[in-house]
Design a binder for this molecule. Structure first.
Ligand SMILES: Cc1cc2nc3c(=O)[nH]c(=O)nc-3n(C[C@H](O)[C@H](O)[C@H](O)COP(=O)(O)O)c2cc1C
Length: 328
């Protein structure tokens, strides 16, 4: 279902043409309004002029919209200018349904040089809120296409900004650090409470942005990639001969937490930990028994065959659990 609605009245086709093009460009729903009055010819012209000046309106012919009016992100109303006012069928619509419109934009089509922009405010009185965008077009004249395109640009910008209002999180992921920072800053200004993440490669920019607290989270593609490569390489080494089950790098890679599975190594198994000659910078942080019991070990505890042992170390070259022992 489309969430932009274009509604219009057209006596001689100019407003229909503009609104059809606008609806197509925005992939919007298009609905024509009419009050069923024959407004053709000179009589119709005069009647329309009189109706406009008197602000007289008649009930509209039935029309259907895909959603309730208040559910549209934007309703664009198109009207010809009649005697410096909006056309009577459009006034009739606004009188009856104007207050249901949440966000509205206007398209006027006119015959003279004068833009009649005061009509926007006349129409706002029926919606009870200011319009979001508006344009006055002289269909078929020089400049018509330019101003119509300019209106479409404004609408797209408006919708993009409004998109942010509904956003809980914004992630800037282009390949350009500066663009990611700017987009993330805009997003965090525009929507309080929106979680903002930016991908940044250059360390100097990362430090600057993090220290200023401008952006909630900064992700360095380089660091993430390095981390993944290290994990992969260590895991491959593990498969080739070490007993490493899992590996985590901490404190910017300076410390590793490794999980080893224990076989029947006589130098390690059933020896109280205080008697093990550990290398410096190595800590046995936890033992997971075969039955799942987790032991935060003291000096009297022992490692048993079948346990998993968690070692925290600054030595990033550990391959096997044996490597925690001092050589010689
Ligand atoms: C009764 C009547 C009054 C009009 N008054 C104005 C006017 O005040 N200013 C203006 O620029 N054009 C005026 N026009 C011209 C129309 O606004 C213009 O031709 C418009 O684009 C027609 O749109 P439509 O073909 O969708 O009916 C008037 C037209 C009619 C029928």
């Amino acid at each position: 279902m489309r969430d932009i609605l274009c509604m219009y009245y057209s006596r001689t086709g100019a407003t229909r043409q503009a609104m059809t093009e606008i609806a197509q460009a925005l992939d919007a729903e298009l609905v024509e309004l009419t009050d069923g009055v024959d407004r053709s010819g000179a009589r119709g012209y005069l009647r329309s002029g009189m109706d406009a000046m008197r602000r007289a309106t008649l009930p509209l012919a039935p029309y259907e919209t895909e959603r309730p009016l208040s559910d549209y992100r934007l309703v664009i109303l198109g009207t010809p200018v009649w005697a410096g006012r909006c056309a009577s069928p459009v006034r009739g619509f606004l009188k009856r349904r104007g207050l249901e419109l949440e966000r509205v934009a206007y398209v006027l089509t006119r015959g003279s040089e004068h833009k009649s922009e005061d009509i926007y405010r006349q129409m706002d009185q029926y919606t009870g809120k200011p319009h979001q965008a508006a344009t006055s077009l002289r269909v078929g004249h020089v400049g018509h296409t330019f101003w119509q395109e300019e209106f479409l640009r404004q609408i797209r910008e408006l919708l993009a900004e409004e998109g942010i209002d509904d956003t809980d999180a914004f992630v800037a992921l282009t390949g350009i650090d500066e663009a990611n920072i700017l987009m993330a800053m805009c997003a965090s200004r525009q929507k309080a409470g929106c979680k903002v993440v930016a991908k940044i490669n250059r360390r100097s920019l990362m430090d600057l942005v993090s220290s200023e607290g401008i952006i909630d989270s900064v992700v360095s593609a380089r660091d993430v990639t390095t981390e993944l490569i290290v994990q992969y390489v260590r895991a491959m080494e593990g498969a080739a001969g070490s007993q490493i089950k899992t590996l985590h790098r901490l404190v910017e890679g300076a410390v590793e937490a490794l999980e080893f599975h224990v076989d029947r190594d006589p130098d390690l198994v059933n020896v109280p930990l205080r008697e093990l000659k550990l290398r410096s910078g190595v800590l046995i942080a936890g033992i997971v028994r075969r039955d799942g019991e987790i032991v935060i070990p003291g000096g009297n505890d022992t490692i048993r065959a079948g346990d998993d042992v968690i070692v925290v170390t600054q030595d990033t070259a550990l391959q096997k659990l044996r490597d925690i022992l001092r050589q010689g």
